[in-house]
Write a protein that binds this ligand. Structure first.
Ligand code: C5P
Length: 243
């Protein structure tokens, strides 16, 4: 990898200055973390799989008219994206009960929800990304009412797209997280789906067997994370040559 200016190093990705102004190179690392980085491991090949899967989902979203920050994949571990200002929220969409929803509301894992439920968490590692309401978001100025309307609409479109794509390969989209970026064009602002969409940020269960094909395999020590992500890539027909 050529030397260039590092902008930010996160838990699973490193961001570098891109070749053109307004672009960024996203490098996908093999690091896996859970429980706010209390659990950490390096899973060989995870970065390659997430790079290719995120490219697949972002390109598909672009094709149905959902704007994303994705420009192109550069190599097995890197993709070129548009630089954007990340809205400090994690947007979670749930179709079936799992994870923190089960803990919070005492629901059984796998219960189908009456409709997709959208939740917002404030992006702050030190606080463990706490759940917040639209009241907090408005009062603290993290996003305007118009932004929130647009974010909800984007989140539901992503949910419909991802649910359909996964259903077609026998996988249930239980829930997922997205991040939203702002791109400024003069005085005009556009919201785009940013960061990544991968089995790190989704819950994916085999429809027939219920087998988990996402980061819960790592969180809950359920077997090989690489095998799980490889299975998702294989079903979607996007296997890297050399994961
Ligand atoms: O932990 P929880 O049940 O709230 O997670 C809901 C969904 O959001 C899961 O698919 C999880 O992988 C994703 N998520 C994420 N990054 C976080 C928190 C949750 O990708 N910081």
């Amino acid at each position: 990898m050529a030397r260039r200016k590092k902008i930010y190093e996160g838990k699973a990705k490193t961001l570098y200055e891109g070749p053109e102004p307004g672009t960024i190179v996203q490098y996908f690392k093999d690091d896996a973390t859970a429980f706010n980085a209390e659990k950490h491991d390096v899973i060989e090949g995870k970065g390659v799989l997430n790079n290719i899967l995120s490219e697949f989902f972002m390109l598909g979203l672009g094709q149905i008219g959902v704007p994303t920050h994705f420009l192109k994949r550069l190599n097995m571990r890197e993709q070129l994206v548009r630089s954007c200002e990340i809205v400090p929220l994690e947007i979670i969409v749930r179709n079936y009960a799992a994870g923190s929803l089960c803990k919070r509301l005492g629901m059984d894992e796998g219960t189908q929800l009456p409709r997709p439920i959208v939740e917002y968490c404030y992006k702050d590692d030190a606080l463990g990304d706490p759940l917040v309401t639209e009241e907090h978001i408005a009062a603290f100025g993290w996003a305007s009412q118009q932004d929130m309307d647009d974010i909800l609409s984007l989140a539901l479109r992503v949910n419909d797209f991802l649910s359909g794509v996964m259903l077609a390969v026998g996988i249930r989209l239980v829930d997922f997280k997205i991040e939203i970026g702002r791109i400024y064009d003069g005085d005009f602002q556009r919201l785009v789906v940013a960061d990544e969409i991968s089995p790190d940020s989704c819950r994916l269960w085999d429809i027939k067997t219920g087998q988990k094909l996402d980061k819960d395999v790592f969180r809950r020590d359920l077997g090989s994370l690489t095998d799980a992500y490889t299975e998702v890539a294989r079903r979607l027909g996007v296997m890297p040559n050399n994961p």
